[in-house]
Design a binder for this molecule. Structure first.
Ligand SMILES: Cc1cc2nc3c(=O)[nH]c(=O)nc-3n(C[C@H](O)[C@H](O)[C@H](O)COP(=O)(O)O)c2cc1C
Length: 171
């Protein structure tokens, strides 16, 4: 029976969900069973060899669904190895990337019990047509250009590094 891995995500307009699907597919290709779920539908955290969690940054904070999930599952999340990623900057500038990196570091620092063995920040995507309430009501945001800066090669390289760690039992 292959090991089962959990790939959980929070997502407002779908780009992090697509990254989670990509991660799940790539890990499945290594022979693992995968549970792919929005954090809002995760009911149990036991029985997994690895948990991969991802969320976008919004207004300097991790998406509220992820914050809620982490708060609710504190004790279980200290038992299983967790790899964590965030999606954020939508322009490939050092300034934006470093700003998002600081935001992520501050968010994780608030959770002093949470010790993922790997944390990544990936560039994200904005599609104004997919923004839900309340963002679509804000003209400045509604008028943003569609930008997809997700770097699939970088995400794929990260998944391969996770698979290698699983293979060698290194966490
Ligand atoms: C209203 C709004 C606020 C955002 N705020 C931030 C931010 O503070 N920091 C950041 O790095 N990215 C920010 N982003 C970029 C999002 O993290 C990025 O678009 C991400 O890919 C969205 O993920 P989702 O499609 O899964 O919701 C923001 C995007 C929007 C639309």
């Amino acid at each position: 029976m292959p090991d089962t891995l959990l790939v959980g995500y929070a997502s407002q307009s779908g780009s992090t969900e697509e990254v989670a699907e990509f991660i799940a597919l790539n890990l499945a290709e290594h022979g693992y069973m995968i549970d792919l779920l929005s954090v809002n539908y995760i009911r149990k955290l036991t029985g997994y060899r690895l948990i991969v969690l991802g969320a976008p940054l919004y207004y300097s904070h991790l998406h509220r669904d992820m914050r809620r999930f982490l708060k609710a599952h504190q004790s279980e999340l200290t038992v299983t190895p967790v790899a964590f990623y965030a999606l954020g900057p939508v322009h490939k500038t050092d300034e934006e990337y470093n700003g998002a990196k600081n935001q992520l570091a501050k968010e994780l620092a608030k959770l002093n019990w949470f010790k993922p063995f790997d944390v990544q920040l990936f560039t994200g995507m904005i599609d104004p047509a997919k923004l839900g309430f309340p963002y679509k009501l804000i003209p400045r945001i509604r008028e943003l250009e569609m930008t997809d800066e997700r770097n699939w090669d970088q995400i794929s390289a990260w998944v391969e590094s996770l698979a290698k760690k699983l293979e060698n039992d290194i966490f």
